[in-house]
Design a binder for this molecule. Structure first.
Ligand code: NAP
Length: 254
């Protein structure tokens, strides 16, 4: 039976872990080495997701109400929101559900790239219109890495060569000048440099995802003196205990 010592947890702790990120998979691996009961949750957007260890459920809950019902039925005591920094809707639902139920909310969010030495030289944007406008003023051969869900904002770019990288195939047609690459990383600076060079990229578009998995493009852009337009992060839910790594999350659960 679990005890409250440094590496043991109270037996009634039951975690729902909202994932879809590398940190969530790392946390699942760490939780599996404890006596905490946990279930990871994935949205189901990716056809062949990288699965975390342990029990996994897949698919939406049906809004905040559905999440509340699920957590009550499963007797969840702690909700860990380890979704991507830009998965804003899920995080809002998590905050609402915890507010209603009184379940503890921990937000595991990797630090952004703002502390990088080159971040001050980037063109920061507050929304996608801002991203498009700034990128238009910089170059005509953009490399869009901000994700499938952001592409609608660039649909007017029918007059230029655009390189897009996404994880899942698109189910809509893109303009003739667009080249779409399906890849999920992680990437090396060497391969990113070669890709940008091959497509004569003159502006890199990204969002402040943070973490090491997709940071090589920033190193390559710095090396090639390619300007970077970055979509800033949305704010976190106020009610959450915010941690930035797995160790911090385990401490918060103790
Ligand atoms: P979102 O816009 O915040 O969420 C939309 C809806 O998807 C939510 O309302 C929820 O449906 C469902 N959902 C999202 N995450 C879920 C999860 N972990 N478990 C169960 N349902 C989930 O999310 P998104 O930006 O589309 O991202 C979807 C997933 O991909 C997230 O889990 C996120 O961690 C991961 N991801 C996102 C990005 C990104 O750039 N946005 C990048 C990498 C990975 P219901 O309302 O029906 O509950």
């Amino acid at each position: 039976m679990a005890r409250n010592s440094s590496n043991r947890y109270h037996p009634v702790v039951r975690v729902l872990l909202l994932g879809g990120t590398a940190e969530a998979r790392d946390l699942a691996a760490a939780l599996a080495a404890t006596d905490i009961a946990f279930t990871s949750s994935l949205a189901g957007r990716v056809s062949h997701p990288r699965l975390p260890v342990g029990e996994v459920r897949i698919g939406g809950f049906g809004g905040a109400e559905g999440l509340i019902a699920y957590m009550r039925a499963q007797q969840v005591t702690h909700l860990v929101d380890a979704t991507h920094p830009f998965a804003r809707t899920m995080s809002e639902h998590a905050a609402q559900a915890c507010e209603v139920t009184g379940i503890s909310l921990i937000r595991l969010e990797r630090p952004g790239w703002t502390a990088r030495p080159d971040a001050d030289a980037w063109h920061w944007a507050q929304d996608l219109d801002d991203v498009r406008t700034q990128a238009e003023s910089i170059g005509r051969r953009p490399f869009i890495t901000s994700g499938r869900q952001t592409l609608y904002a660039f649909a007017s770019w029918t007059d230029r060569n655009v390189l897009v990288r996404i994880v899942e195939p698109l189910n809509t047609a893109t303009p003739p000048g667009w080249t779409v690459i399906e890849d999920r990383g992680p990437y090396s600076q060497t391969s990113e440099r070669a890709l940008m060079h091959a497509h004569a990229i003159d502006v890199l578009i990204t969002k402040d995802s943070g973490g090491p998995h997709t940071a090589a493009k920033l190193d390559a852009a710095a090396e090639l003196h390619i300007p970077v337009v970055v979509l800033a992060r949305p704010a976190s839910a106020q009610s959450a205990t915010v941690v930035t790594d797995v160790a911090g999350c385990l401490n918060a659960l103790r």
